[in-house]
Design a protein around this ligand. Structure first.
Ligand SMILES: [Zn+2]
Length: 308
């Protein structure tokens, strides 16, 4: 049986440079984050793109972890090959198998410190619960979006994205780095506490469940005709109501939200999502009871490296 091993990833997007800088410092000065004796592999997701400070070279690495892409030997795009390499090195059946993957990102949106989970995997929800209990972090549950798939962490039995913002692409910002560091420290401590049998799970988990994404108003040939309204800019995690200004045109006209479902927007005006036709995503805040299945899944993974 292999020993429990954690994979920490930075620079999956090459223009998100804060977590890679933190990893570099951590390698130089191992004491800056206490690893509590855990087996941790730190890796740069997309080193080529990081060198050029570009999001990616050929395609988005964080949409490349799709079986049909990875198993297709005729594809020679850099990011697909890199996805294949990461899975064959650190994947469950790789050379240095890891059981949990934490993928550190930054966003241009004013999201603060947040966690993204993909789907409803028990062990992911257990870790998200622990981080929410410790740090009060909002959790964005990304599910039911067929246009966005192939996320890195989905290739590991348990994995989450740490998303910190706002910070422009390619800019180092000490507060973003410190927030990333704090989240990683708490994650490591919570895993350590699981190993010691001293972990406390919350009774509830507050999640923001993905509903849908909204694109910018565009012309037929794809040109953007209106931009995020100034009053909405920076209002991530705050509920919208019927009539909330969404977009503003140069002539001063305003497009407003229509609906009475009080959605909560996230990733408002994320620079990287313009190419994905996403101006923001809408979520619904839900309070879930903590499930013992989540706890059992993470304990099983940590102690037995087993998972459903
Ligand atoms: Zn990213």
């Amino acid at each position: 049986m292999s020993e429990f091993h954690v994979l920490l990833i930075a620079g999956t997007h090459g223009n998100e440079i804060n977590a890679p800088w933190l990893f570099e410092q951590w390698s130089k000065y191992p004491g800056i984050i206490n690893s509590h004796g855990l087996n941790i592999s730190k890796v740069i997701g997309n080193p080529k793109a990081l060198k050029c400070c570009k999001r990616y070279i050929s395609s988005d690495l964080n949409r490349s972890f799709q079986n049909e892409l990875i198993s297709n030997n005729s594809i020679d795009e850099y990011e697909i090959l890199r996805a294949k390499e990461l899975v064959s090195t650190y994947g469950l059946y790789g050379i240095s198998p890891c059981h949990i993957a934490i993928d550190c990102h930054s966003t241009t949106s004013a999201m603060g410190n947040s966690i993204v989970v993909y789907g409803r995997r028990n062990a992911d929800l257990a870790i998200a619960s622990l981080l929410q209990l410790r740090l009060g972090l909002p959790i964005y549950l990304h599910e039911g979006d067929k246009t966005q798939k192939g996320f890195l962490v989905e290739s590991w039995p348990c994995g989450l994205v740490v998303e910190i913002g706002p910070v422009p692409q390619g800019l180092l910002d000490i507060s973003i780095i410190q927030k990333t560091m704090l989240t990683l420290e708490c994650f490591i401590e919570e895993i350590y506490k699981i190993k010691l049998g001293k972990v406390h799970f919350p009774k509830k988990l507050i999640i923001h469940r993905h509903l849908r994404s909204i694109d910018f108003p565009r012309t037929e040939d794809g040109q953007i005709t209106a931009l995020v309204h100034p009053s909405l800019q920076g209002s991530d995690w705050l509920p919208m109501s019927n009539g909330t200004p969404l977009f503003k045109k140069l002539d001063g006209s305003i497009l407003r939200y229509e609906g009475n479902d009080l959605p909560i927007p996230v990733f408002i005006n994320e620079a990287a999502y313009v190419e994905k036709n996403i101006a923001m995503s809408l979520t619904k805040r839900e309070i879930w009871d903590f499930s013992n299945d989540w706890k059992d899944a993470i304990i099983d993974l940590v102690f037995n490296q087993s998972f459903p």
